[in-house]
Design a protein around this ligand. Structure first.
Ligand code: NI
Length: 177
């Protein structure tokens, strides 16, 4: 079922989400189905459970290569539950981000360039990956939602935060997270 996505200003987006303990519940299955439906409907790159009002440490993300956006790297479709992020090195890089909870806007956000993330898939099996670049950015953005952090809170120079049409006139932009 497609769910409403909460928008910045809603206090539920600022809460610390709770870990998942039961990986075989009907609630988790339904949550993941709703998150997939909602993300697909809005053509998002990622979605965190708190964005649909469920305060659990569950995120999904994935970006398929699109010839319209040759600069956007592919990210595998992933369900990540109870994630842990470990930066690899201290290098950071800045890039444009959007968010389904901050629709129509983009901001220039610093993130760790490389990291390892670990967590569980929807069956509760633990996995980990070492990633960099756009994949690392998407993971950091989604996992921030679990700690009540929205990307505008990380922008260093608010001159680089604005509406899509004003920042990128006439451009067709890739997906929001
Ligand atoms: Ni977001």
């Amino acid at each position: 079922m497609i769910r409403d996505v909460l928008r910045m200003g809603d206090p539920r987006l600022l809460a610390i989400a709770s870990p998942v303990h039961d990986f075989h519940s009907e609630e988790l299955k339904q949550l993941l189905a709703d998150m997939r439906d909602t993300m697909a409907h809005l053509n998002g790159a990622g979605l965190a459970a708190p964005q649909i009002g469920v305060s659990l440490r569950v995120v999904i993300f994935g970006v398929t290569a699109n010839p319209r956006y040759p600069d956007v790297e592919e990210v595998p479709d992933t369900v990540l539950i109870n994630p842990e992020i470990t930066p690899l090195g201290d290098e950071m890089e800045e890039g444009w981000e959007g968010c389904l909870s901050v629709p129509g806007m983009r901001g220039w956000v610093p993130r760790w360039s490389s990291l390892r993330y670990a967590g569980c898939d929807e069956q509760g099996r633990r996995f980990e990956r070492s990633v960099s670049g756009f994949h690392a950015r998407v993971v950091q953005h989604e996992c921030d939602h679990l700690d009540g952090i929205l990307y505008p809170m990380r922008i260093r120079d608010l001159a680089k935060f604005g509406f899509n049409e004003a920042l990128f006139p006439g451009q067709d932009l890739p997906r929001e997270d």
